[in-house]
Every structure is written in structure tokens, then in C-alpha cells.
Write a protein that binds this ligand. Structure first.
Ligand code: R5P
Length: 315
């Protein structure tokens, strides 16, 4: 135990209460009471409903759309907890928004991922727990400990149950090779890469496929599915290159327009996503299946609270 008599308390904002509930079930504790509402002028109003003095507090809040709303809620909750004398505050951000703005790749643009890191630490976060950060280097934007879990651990169970023969794992872009390699290693199958070029926020062009996919079933893996441009273009190109069934496992289902339309039209057979981001009912597709990442977070939170190693969750 980190501090004798220090309880683990779990709080959730409004971004993903269902996931927070699932995590609390895994931990076998109730979510602590908090009221996160609005003042009449639209400002966020937070009131912590119980004593947190001296406690080890975890706040679960992905910064998914509406991103600014959810981020601001998180910052205000952390501020309230800090001022209420929590012993330690861990921001549990299953989906870390703004992660794709992580470098100055054009003149006069911000590095918003760094700004968010600054905001979180200034608010009072003392640790960050997340999964499949868009770029692992973002850990270096923080001067507090960051635990970046691997989503593959949550997806593994699904693919053990639904075994796919003659499999090749494919990364839809060069930046995703690390995640793809983790899957290929777990499944002990070969790896291929799609060489893609992003034309703009919504448009993708596939240049080449590096590796052998002919007559093989494909598992495309990625951290984020936003407009589904990457996955739909990749799956078209893989089909043309002779792939058989194409599946995708993607951790963070942003599913911004026109993602559903693209998923429906493209040759993807099944898209398995996690519940880091809630999927609204207007974004349904029979091709999409959601698996829960709650146990992975539950295990990590227990280990952080008990000051035990969590490296077992990275293998
Ligand atoms: C890009 O580097 C990411 O890993 C994803 O491939 C990308 O964000 C997906 O975006 P979209 O679904 O809009 O192509």
C-alpha cells in the first residue's frame, strides 16, 4: 500500500460514465459522488460530494468529442480535488484527445498535446494513466509519471475466441508499426504495412503495400479511427492486392463523419473497437463490435494504488 489508511477513490466526469462504471465494478468499489453540471451561462460547475482529504484519487475522463467540453470538465474536477486536499490525483484518460497535434510540422501552428499536458499538471494531476497514446513521445510532454497501456491486451481475448486462420497483421500507416508489431508478436503472424499519404484531415491516398497479403486474412490495427479514411482506403488497397477477409482492431472509435458511411461501403468485414470512447446510437453499423477495456484499466489502477509494478500489463 502506498500510504497506510489511504483509500482508493474513483470519480468520473460526463465523458464516459459507462466505462467508469465498468472499471468500478472490476475494482469492486462504487464511484464516488460528484456533481458535474452547468451554470446558466454554460460554464462547467463541479461539486465533489464526499470527503477526499488524504485519499488516492483517480478521475476517469476520456477527452473525446466534445473534446473541449470534456477536457475542461476534467481540469475543473482535478482543481476541485486538489483544493479538497486529495493526497494524490491520477488523471485516467482512456482516450487522450489533441494527441495528433504533437509537433510543429507547419509554420505558425501550436503543439496542443503539450499545452494539454501543461494544463493537466497545473490543474493538479500527479499521474496520467492512458492507453495507446497516439505517439509514445507524448509521455515526454509531462514531468509526472505517465502509464501508457497497450490496448492489444484487451483485444487479445476476443481474437483467442474468434481465431482467424492465415492471418497477417497490417498497419495502415508507417506511424502505426509499433502497435502492429505488438499484435503480430502476440499472434505470432507476419506483419505488413500500408504506405499512406494524408492529403488533408479527411482524405487519404494509399501509395504502396509493404509485405505479403495475397490470399491471407488481414487484421488492420490502429490507435484511432476518426473519419475512417485510413481504414477504408487501406482495406480497398488490400483487397486489390489479393487479401481475403479484412478485419480491423482499433482502440479509439472517434467515428467522426463520414466514418460510418465509409465503414459500410468499404470491404472491411468486421471492426472491433474498445470502449475508451462511447459510441452514440446514430453511429451504429453491423460491422462494429465493441469490447471493454475496463479490466485493463481496473488492473492498472489497483497496481498503481498498491504501488506494484504494472509492467506486466505491457507485455
Ligand atoms: C494516424 O496517424 C492515426 O494513427 C490514425 O490512422 C488516424 O488518425 C485515423 O484517422 P482517419 O480515420 O480520419 O483516417
Amino acid at each position: 500500500m502506498l500510504f497506510k489508511d489511504t483509500s482508493l477513490l474513483l470519480f468520473s466526469g460526463n465523458a464516459n460514465p459507462v466505462l467508469a462504471k465498468e472499471i468500478s465494478k472490476h475494482l469492486n468499489i462504487s464511484l464516488s459522488t460528484i456533481d458535474v453540471s452547468k451554470f446558466s451561462d454554460g460554464e462547467t460547475r463541479v461539486k465533489i460530494g464526499e470527503n477526499v482529504r488524504g485519499q488516492d484519487v483517480f478521475v476517469i475522463q476520456p477527452t473525446c468529442p466534445p473534446v473541449n467540453e470534456n477536457l475542461m470538465e476534467l481540469l475543473i474536477i482535478i482543481d476541485a480535488l486538489k483544493r479538497a486536499s486529495a493526497r494524490r490525483i491520477t488523471a485516467v484518460i482512456p482516450y487522450f484527445g489533441y494527441a495528433r497535434q504533437d509537433r510543429k510540422d507547419q509554420p505558425r501552428v501550436p503543439i496542443t498535446a503539450k499545452l494539454v499536458a501543461n494544463l493537466l499538471t497545473i490543474a493538479g494531476a500527479e499521474r496520467l494513466l492512458t492507453v495507446d497514446l497516439h505517439a509514445e513521445q507524448i509521455q515526454g510532454f509531462f514531468d509526472i509519471p505517465v502509464d501508457n497501456l497497450y490496448g492489444v491486451n484487451a483485444f487479445l481475448e476476443y481474437f483467442k475466441k474468434n481465431k482467424i486462420e492465415d492471418l497477417v497483421v497490417v498497419s495502415p500507416d508507417v506511424g502505426g508499426i509499433k502497435i502492429a508489431r505488438a499484435y503480430a508478436k502476440r499472434f505470432n503472424v507476419p506483419l505488413a504495412v500500408v504506405d499512406k499519404r494524408r492529403i488533408d484531415d479527411k482524405k487519404i491516398e494509399v501509395m504502396h503495400i509493404i509485405g505479403d497479403v495475397k490470399d491471407k486474412n488481414v487484421l488492420l490495427v490502429d490507435d484511432i479511427i476518426a473519419t475512417a479514411g485510413s481504414i477504408s482506403e487501406a482495406s480497398e488497397a488490400l483487397k486489390k492486392a489479393g487479401a481475403k477477409d479484412i478485419y480491423a482492431a482499433i482502440t479509439h472509435p472517434i467515428l467522426a463523419n463520414p466514418a460510418i458511411e465509409r465503414i459500410e461501403k468499404c470491404p472491411l468485414k468486421k471492426l472491433i473497437v474498445s470502449d475508451t470512447i462511447p459510441i452514440s446510437s446514430d453511429k451504429s453499423s453491423d460491422k462494429i463490435e465493441v469490447i471493454s477495456i475496463a479490466n485493463l484499466f481496473g488492473e492498472a489502477i489497483t497496481r498503481i494504488h498498491e504501488a506494484k509494478s504494472i509492467s506486466i500489463l505491457f507485455h
